[in-house]
Design a protein. Sequence first.
Length: 280
Amino acid sequence: MALPVVAIKVLIETLRQSKGTTFQELMTMLVEQSNILKSQSTNGISMIAGCDLFLRFVNRQNSGVPVDEWKERVIETADQLVDRYQQHRAQAANHGVKFVKENCCILVHSYSRVVLMMLKLAAKTKRFKVIVTESYPSGAGKKAVQELRNENIMACLIQDSAVGYIIQKVDMVLVGAEGVVQNGGIVNQIGTYQIAVVAKAANIPFYTLAESYKFVQLFPLNQDDLPFSADMFFSNEEDNGECKISNPLLDYTPPEFITLLFTDVGVLTPSGVAEQLVLL
């Protein structure tokens, strides 16, 4: 289950177990629980997306009824939303399948469940090859290659540093997203941004697959605007002479590097994300 949906389910259960007797008490409790979820996750962007989506949903509910009745209605409607969210991954994958051409070569970064779902759907009617980056330090790319080969899809694994070498061999780049920000950029596994830069320089289309519950009301201008950071060590005093590696887990890819986004609400240009966020 995707982390934003996990966050929403936790908040629903928090509301269900709450003993609050006023709307203000219930909202305060939900905000506090949301802040805890955001702070404890190693993937903060997904938790931010899920928590903020649920809080926006709750704030839109009519409070002109007794608290107990309001609470019951909110929980019932939220449970129905979660059930619909389970279909979003397949809907996003279906929108992207038509962009896979016969005998094409696709570059994929790391491991993404929605990307793999789309490739498996496409493989039912088309033949193609997939090149997958190792995605250091997680090494998740190997898992993706194994899963694709199990579906009889031709796939090979490359080092992250080899993207520039192979970029002219591919017809498209396909990545998932941990979060889609307000300007249409994405936050994803570290290395996504440099792949996007190389793809644009080589005039290769760069596509993103993401469910709409990953849309988040953030507007970063660069990497420093992300709500998380990684320590960097410049001296022996800072890392006790061990030459420690700085390992940020995620990076930000600006919208100008993204060709299209395949989502459950349709195929979007980056500029279309802000319009959809208003509706969520």
